[in-house]
Design a protein around this ligand. Sequence first.
Ligand code: CP
Length: 303
Amino acid sequence: MPGGLLGIEGLDRGEIEAILERARHFQKQQAETRKMDTLRGRMIVNLFFEASTRTRTSFEIAAKRLGADTISITASGSSVDKGESLVDTLNTLNAMHPDAIVMRHAASGAPHFLARYLVATPIINAGDGTHEHPTQALLDARTILDRRSTLEGLRVAIIGDIAHSRVARSNMYLMSKFGAHIVLCGPASLVPQALAEITPGVTITHDMRDALRDADVIMMLRVQLERQHEAAFPAGEYFHFYGLRLEHMELAKPDVMVMHPGPINRGREISSEVADSQRSVILNQVENGIAVRMAVLDRILSN
Ligand code: CP
């Protein structure tokens, strides 16, 4: 962890608990102090080769709240547009001696490559291809634990395009380490049986009603058309079989939490009535992204 954060798979429970506790501390502290000087004089580069609203903004806010300087670089508008290679971009940035690099990339493993290449600079994975999105799983866990005392024994239904989802993978690793029951659901083309082998405690169904029955947590996922090479599922048909609607809510526990990492596609994987309902914690997830990313930066960078 002091060397960066590449994924949830390699973290043990103690490290995850320490980040979530620290995030809890920052959740409370943010109500009183908007700006701290824990990371004053540190420089964090946010290097986003893929679109992002929530992750990029909240890493930037988190770093600034801790007193660090930040620089945000996106592929469009940088010299990547002029054909600069990843290695040359990394060498260029490293010559400016950042204290950490937060990286999102469409290629699975890109941050791991960067970490092997720039051994002295902590790398934080902000989402790599279909592989992992560790801070999303951490903020999801923080959001659940704000409302439940433990993850152990919770029934967590993850519904949608699991095959292409780094959010699903990171959450599966995290929830499994804490003894949650994970139910994956979606069309067979987007939820292949092999996904059940990734972690213990996973079952697969292609029937939405089975997945929702007695769920404590429902995590809805966007269909990632940008990562699909096969013909897309027609939107109306998808919503009919796998879209979360008010009529589904009675199947789950009465206090079920509806989550979504965003961006949401209303009327495709979730109805507006559910997204805006009392059961939805979607904006709480966004809010917790700041405290969790503060905790990660603090753990990696403060002395
Ligand atoms: N959840 C998430 O990663 O959102 P962004 O793509 O907007 O960062």
